[in-house]
Design a protein around this ligand. Structure first.
Ligand code: HAM
Length: 416
């Protein structure tokens, strides 16, 4: 779990602000749900046989004997809120985004943490496939807006109830003879969710999975048409993508459309999934709500941050720093700084009573980088003037105290 310090924050804010701005153009509104939910929500929603529920959840019993879990993802929580607030009755289609920390007890690695942040979106009440394409296109647009070019969009369909039983049978018929060669996890997955064998990371399992029957050859007519229409719409939107029948996603709730965005960057190592999502048409009903189709995705912000690590970022500067020649002037300095802030300038002052030299050093330091410094002296104060230092122009002049606020404001605003 990481601390994020103020100097790293401009990058975080850029990712988050851009996400809010882009999704707002599509009509999404932001939802915030609690970080803790009943454990049963994730067991039922995400699926008992998933790695997430089996191995990764931070679950505990609270002092009132309630079984709770720090949310490992946002979809189950959002669905719980959607059902609880009866949103479907008011809005046939609802578009939600969320940003915030998620918790999974995974083996930490570069881009994989135990507290990490997601920016996610969910659409309720639209069975697709047009909205699926629009959503994938929105993710690509967001990543482009952040200047991330090295990405590949992978799409697949794992079908719905009309496809899955037959495909599961075909997959099992293929995998069963390989049972003893599979890793222990996959031997278990054969009994719980054989689809998951397809996305196992163990090399020998991947070799077996390569020749497994493709889900795309088993889609029933309705699922096939849904997927074909998705592809046609992505083509029409000009969204680059590749069909990859091997992606299955790690969570049990998916139906039909699934997608991932894979990024490449030196910082992230060879390749990494920065976004995962898909349709989950059965989950709302399964959690006790009215049968309602839904689709969503989540982007891992730490991974995105690694992808944008090479980009220059503007660290905000302090417009004016107020310094004093002698400590008695500190009250004056606080008052002047307040006046400067009142005209919407970023103003700071060193109020500790340090030497002028030390104050000026702070004004020029990396986390202040003042454009202007106003120096208050006792003699000058008696004459009604202050010293105004322009850091960039390396010049200094004497200006009336009564005019300095307006003067600096006009200069700063005129320049930026
Ligand atoms: P997910 O694939 O489990 O999907 O996670 C989405 C993204 O979160 C991943 O692609 C990755 O970038 C990031 N992520 C996951 N685990 C970690 C970790 N330990 N450290 C850093 N980043 C991580 C979901 O969570 C689904 N709820 C997405 C979704 C929304 N599906 C439908 N609606």
């Amino acid at each position: 779990m990481n601390d994020i310090l103020p100097e790293e924050m401009p990058r975080w804010q850029r990712m988050e602000d851009t996400f809010r701005r882009i999704t707002a153009r599509y009509g999404y509104g932001e939802v915030r749900t609690p970080l803790v939910e009943p454990t049963s929500l994730f067991v039922r929603g995400v699926g008992e046989a998933t790695d997430m529920v089996e191995k990764e959840m931070y679950s505990f019993v609270d002092k009132g004997d309630d079984a709770l879990t720090l949310r490992p993802e946002g979809t189950a929580s959002a669905v719980r809120a959607w059902i609880e607030h009866n949103v479907g009755a008011k809005h046939p289609v609802a578009k939600w985004i969320y940003l915030g920390p998620m918790y999974r007890r995974e083996r930490p690695a570069k881009g994989r943490y135990r507290q990490f942040h997601q920016a996610g979106a969910e659409v309720y009440g639209d069975a697709g496939p047009f909205v699926d394409a629009e959503m994938i296109d929105m993710v690509v647009g967001y990543l482009r807006e952040l200047g991330i070019a090295e990405i590949e969009v992978l799409v697949n369909s794992i079908g719905g109830p009309g496809t899955r039983p037959a495909y599961r049978a075909a997959l099992l018929a293929y995998l069963e003879p390989h049972r003893s060669s599979l890793c222990p996890d996959c031997q278990r997955r054969l009994d719980t969710n054989p689809l998951r064998v397809l996305d196992c990371k163990v090399e020998s399992d991947r070799a077996i999975a390569r020749d497994a029957p493709s889900v795309l050859d088993h889609l029933d007519a309705a699922d096939r048409e849904h997927f074909d229409e998705l592809r046609r719409t992505l083509d029409a939107l000009g969204t680059p993508y590749r069909v990859d029948p091997r992606i299955v996603r790690g969570l049990d709730y998916y139906t039909r459309t699934i997608f991932e965005v894979v990024g490449r960057s030196a910082e992230l190592g060879a390749q990494s999934t920065i976004c995962g999502g898909g349709r989950y048409d059965g989950m709302i009903e399964q959690l006790g709500g009215p049968a309602t189709p839904a689709i969503g995705f989540a982007i891992g912000l730490e991974r995105l941050l690694l992808m944008t690590a090479g980009q220059p970022i503007e660290v905000p500067r302090t417009d004016v720093f107020v310094a004093t020649v002698s400590p008695e002037m500190r009250g004056e300095a606080a008052k002047l700084a307040k006046e400067l802030r009142a005209v919407d300038l970023v103003a700071d002052a060193d109020l500790r009573g340090q030497s002028l030299k030390s104050q000026l050093r702070r004004a020029g330091s990396e986390n202040v980088r003042a454009r202007y410094v106003i120096i208050l002296g006792k003699d000058e104060s008696a004459r009604g003037v202050v010293q105004l230092k322009d850091y960039d122009a390396q010049s200094q002049s004497e200006v009336p105290r009564s005019e300095v606020v307006t003067l600096v404001r006009d200069r700063v605003k005129g320049r930026t």
